[in-house]
Design a protein around this ligand. Structure first.
Ligand SMILES: NC(=O)c1ccc[n+]([C@@H]2O[C@H](COP(=O)([O-])OP(=O)(O)OC[C@H]3O[C@@H](n4cnc5c(N)ncnc54)[C@H](OP(=O)(O)O)[C@@H]3O)[C@@H](O)[C@H]2O)c1
Length: 284
């Protein structure tokens, strides 16, 4: 069997390739990358490197030649993703790929989450393609909170407009292990998994956990959306970026990332990594 992974030089992609190389006995692993210079280590470890950017349909189709399964890791180019992902889906179909797996967002089809529309459209394009598919709706990466940990070292506070919202985050390594289990396993056709941590934490818990890790009292300072917008503007954040952060916090306050399903720990056969351990690993 041949499995291709897009976004293979990204942080999640590398973990998935390493997991496939470790566990995929007799499976050929293809890393689809846009910059082969970044893929030297992956090649050394045994992955075949094929070069294709998401904007290049012909290169994508060549990259998928002879491939049975594709993991489409969602692009990091927000705003361009519907078209980029459609290129991957169409190329996979044209190349005769049998099964596509996609990294999406929590409850992508129905949520108000600001990032969801591109994921929703991609899920629909996959479903329309006629390919066999599995959707991995990944919750937040615990690593996203490394920045808050670093700034809490000097400020002692975490300022957010996330209210009493909870986040069922897990680490990239957990999500990568979930993708590996789906790619190497069976029985996942047509399944949509809501993947996240076994525990949903709130920002008081985040602050306390960060405080324990850095050895200093840290508290959560909840602010309104308008107040946060003002604070971000004062620190030089552009209007657009501030609007994005504020909406995301509001989504969290409204519970968009709070769901705990247990799907990820079931897939990987172990509990997900705790917030504390995930943050410790992120700064190691
Ligand atoms: N759940 C979450 O909390 C969360 C947070 C952030 C992002 N995400 C999503 O999850 C994805 C994977 O996360 P990550 O941490 O691995 O992100 P990442 O490290 O930024 O990796 C993104 C990957 O996409 C590739 N890429 C971007 N534009 C491309 C293009 N035009 N053509 C081909 N490849 C392209 C990048 O290639 P290069 O290596 O050449 O740059 C990189 O390999 C992200 O792209 C984003 O969609 C989720």
């Amino acid at each position: 069997m041949k499995i291709a992974v897009t976004g293979a030089t990204g942080q999640l992609g590398k973990l998935v390739i390493n997991g496939l190389l470790e566990k995929g006995d007799g499976v050929e692993i293809i890393a689809v990358v846009r910059d082969p210079k970044k893929a030297l280590l992956l090649a050394e470890r045994g992955a075949e490197i094929r070069v294709a950017a998401y904007g290049d349909p012909a290169a994508l189709q060549s990259a998928f030649a002879g491939v049975d399964k594709v993991l489409l890791i969602s692009s990091s180019e927000v705003g361009k993703r519907i078209e980029q992902h459609k290129n991957v889906i169409d190329a996979a179909k044209a190349a005769g790929v049998k099964h596509i797996v996609y990294t999406s967002a929590p409850r992508a089809a129905t949520t108000a989450l600001i990032l969801a529309p591109e994921h929703k459209a991609t899920e629909e394009n996959i479903q329309r393609s006629g390919l066999r598919y599995t959707i991995l709706r990944n919750n937040w990466y615990t690593e996203n909170y490394k920045k808050q940990l670093e700034s809490a070292k000097s400020t002692g506070v975490i300022v957010a407009a996330a209210g009493k919202g909870h986040v069922a985050s897990a680490t990239r390594a957990d999500f990568a292990a979930g993708a590996v289990a789906v790619l190497l396993g069976s029985g996942h056709d047509g399944r949509i998994y809501e993947l996240g941590g076994d525990h949903a934490w709130d920002y008081n818990e985040l602050a306390a956990t960060i405080g324990e890790i850095i050895g200093k009292a840290v508290s959560y300072k909840p602010v309104t959306a308008d107040a946060l917008r003002g604070i971000l503007k004062e620190t030089g954040v552009s209007e657009g970026a501030a609007g994005f952060v504020v909406t995301l916090d509001t989504n969290i306050a409204d519970g968009a990332l709070a769901e705990v399903t247990g799907d990820l720990s079931k897939l990987i056969g172990r509990p997900t990594t705790s917030l504390r351990q995930g943050l410790i690993d992120a700064i190691a």
